[in-house]
Design a protein around this ligand. Structure first.
Ligand SMILES: Cc1cc2nc3c(=O)[nH]c(=O)nc-3n(C[C@H](O)[C@H](O)[C@H](O)COP(=O)(O)O)c2cc1C
Length: 187
């Protein structure tokens, strides 16, 4: 089995991430992989925000505000979780779908393309010895969070990708016999 196939078959999200996060050169390859995502009409329907260091705590404040607007009575545990959520890894990358109206490329195709960029970025991180997890949740859907992150009206959050070094053991991967999912079409 070649290295690329090996890597594709063993990608494994890491819910617990710690220092070190990807260095500049690793990050450069991650973004270069991302922007090679399949992309109908080459619209490049994506952009990325890196959130590191102190900016993570500031995003935590935004998440807290988002939480309190939805649930003013949120208890201390929920408040602390909102504040701490961007601190779960040394680096967060916000993957944004930047939609362009096009006669042949509907919005869903552009969102999927941004999703492919996210996946490529995660694989590139793993290939270079780092780990990642893709998260969304209510903050990814909240217009307040989108506004604070500087999104335009034609943009939406596809994911908060967390990157760092895996903490703890990787989980065992599930058996997924491909015949459960693949059939030859017989007309
Ligand atoms: C679009 C998208 C959003 C996700 N959002 C979350 C999330 O908010 N929280 C979470 O724990 N996992 C989320 N996941 C799932 C994890 O990224 C991961 O796929 C899951 O834990 C299974 O692990 P595995 O990818 O190693 O199989 C999301 C996955 C996708 C594709």
């Amino acid at each position: 089995m070649n290295e690329t196939i090996e890597q594709l078959l063993h990608r494994n999200s890491a819910p617990k991430l710690t220092d070190p996060g990807p260095d500049r050169s690793t990050l450069d390859y991650m973004f270069r992989a991302a922007v090679r995502a399949p992309d109908h009409a080459w619209l490049q329907p994506w952009r990325f925000l890196t959130i590191e260091g102190e900016a993570r705590a500031q995003l935590g404040e935004v998440f807290l505000e988002s939480l309190l607007r939805k649930d003013p009575g949120a208890d201390d545990t929920a408040r602390s979780a909102a504040l701490a959520s961007p601190l779960r890894a040394p680096l967060m990358v916000v993957v944004i779908c930047r939609y362009t109206e096009h006669p042949k490329v509907p919005r869903w195709e552009q969102v999927i393309s941004a999703g492919c960029a996210a996946h490529a970025m995660m694989l590139a991180a793993e290939a270079q010895g780092y780990a990642a997890i893709w998260r969304t949740g209510s903050y990814a859907e909240d217009p307040l969070v989108a506004h604070e992150l500087g999104l335009e009206d034609n943009e939406s959050i596809v994911g908060f990708l967390y990157f760092g070094s895996r903490e703890g053991r990787a989980k065992p991967l599930p058996e997924r016999p491909v015949n459960d999912y693949v059939q030859a079409w017989a007309p």
